[in-house]
Design a protein around this ligand. Structure first.
Ligand SMILES: *Cc1c(COP(=O)(O)O)cnc(C)c1O
Length: 380
């Protein structure tokens, strides 16, 4: 029998944190403030310290965080928002849900993030066509690696666009001396269980240094409230985080930096061990990833996945279908071949197990399996 290892090991993490998590959850059960309890303010204070941003506003999910961020900028029909097609569907979905149009821009082949050069071309193209109002840029820090904000920022300024950083996968990442979640006018993250910092259900947060935007986001999180939730000054959402989820996150934040170190260590071990067998991730200097995923490229992806699965090593493909070719966005009229880098990467990429509770030995096991695959394909 082969020993199956989990892709993400939330059980080992719980074993380690059981007393802290249980105590925190019990406290919520006792005080009874299940919605907007004291854990919410405590967590928001810690999150804003951690990311060095004035305002951290917790909410119900990473998707709702994106909606709140876009709504704070009054995004709506007729607006163009530039984003990457190589992301989880929610990024572009939030734009479309508000009636705006996602403009998909091809990615950099090494970082898998939006390509600033092509972004500039896309902005010019939309400006000249005059059909849509260019409003903002929504870069994603894919797999935990920040996008190129040094180039995105000046472009945004030049064309009077907002920058909304989708940091759903990159909580804990660094860009120079700045933290992820501080790289946009507004930044958003997700605390879905499988993300680098996850709760026990859905959760998210919105970050901004801008007091006016923060006030608007706080209002929209609770039905567009004014003085209180029965004084409705705008149309908003019900997008609060549960107190119990905040309790879980407060316990997990205490060991988060240690977990991040372990992820970075495993990424280094994987890289050393596998770089001659597959294309391993590229990290530009001055950045450090939060390693939500360790994703590699190979022309032999499908047989590699099969061989790994046979030996109990689970692998995921993020993302087989890029957003611009999804059925849901068929109405936008993109065709295969429109965004060639994204399409090439999505045909060759796969992600290896990555979590802080994984032994280094996994890398040599994977190495010998992949060597076997390459040996077989070289003979045929
Ligand atoms: C997970 C994710 C989201 C959505 O977060 P949820 O909490 O699942 O709603 C948005 N964008 C990206 C890039 C993600 O990975």
């Amino acid at each position: 029998m082969v020993m199956k290892i989990p892709f993400v090991d939330l059980k080992s993490q719980y074993e380690q944190l059981k007393p802290q998590i249980n105590t925190r959850i019990d406290r919520v059960l006792e005080h009874g403030a299940y919605v907007m309890g004291p854990e919410i303010a405590e967590l928001e204070c810690q999150l804003s310290d951690y990311c060095n941003v004035r305002h951290a506003i917790t909410c119900s999910s990473g998707t709702d965080a994106l909606l709140l961020g876009l709504m704070a900028h009054d995004v709506g029909p007729g607006d163009a928002v530039f984003t990457t097609p190589f992301t989880f569907f929610a990024t572009a979905e939030a734009i479309a849900l508000l009636g705006a149009t996602p403009i998909f821009v091809d990615i950099d082949s090494r970082t898998f993030n939006i390509d600033p050069k092509r972004l500039e071309e896309a902005i010019q193209r939309i400006k000249h066509s005059g059909e849509l109002r260019p409003r903002g840029i929504l870069p994603v820090n894919l797999f935990g690696l920040p996008a190129n904000y040094d180039q995105i920022g000046p472009l945004a300024k030049e064309h009077a666009l907002f920058v909304l950083e989708d940091a759903a996968q990159s909580f804990g990442a660094q860009y120079g001396n700045q933290s992820s979640c501080s790289l946009g006018d507004i930044s958003t993250t997700s605390f879905f269980p499988a993300k680098p910092l996850g709760c026990y259900g859905d959760g998210g947060a919105v970050f901004t240094d801008d007091d006016t935007l923060a006030e608007k986001i706080l209002s929209m999180r609770i039905h567009g409230m004014g003085q209180d939730k029965y004084d409705n000054v705008r149309v908003g959402l019900n997008a609060r985080m549960d107190s119990i989820q905040a309790a879980v996150l407060l316990a997990k934040l205490e060991i988060f930096d240690d977990e991040l170190k372990k992820r970075r260590h495993l990424a280094g071990v994987y890289d050393q061990c596998l770089m001659d067998l597959v294309e391993t991730p590229f990290t530009p200097s001055g950045m450090s990833s939060s390693w939500a995923q360790f994703s590699v490229l190979s022309d032999h992806r499908e047989i590699m996945i099969e061989a790994l699965a046979e030996q109990g090593i689970p692998v995921q493909v993020y993302y087989r279908t890029p957003c611009h070719l999804s059925k849901a966005f068929g109405y936008l009229g993109y065709k295969p071949g429109d965004l060639p880098i994204t399409e090439d990467v999505s045909s060759r990429i796969f992600s290896l197990p990555m979590h802080p509770y994984l032994d280094d030995g996994i890398a040599t096991r994977i190495r010998s399996i992949l060597e076997g695959v390459l040996h077989r394909v070289s003979r045929t």
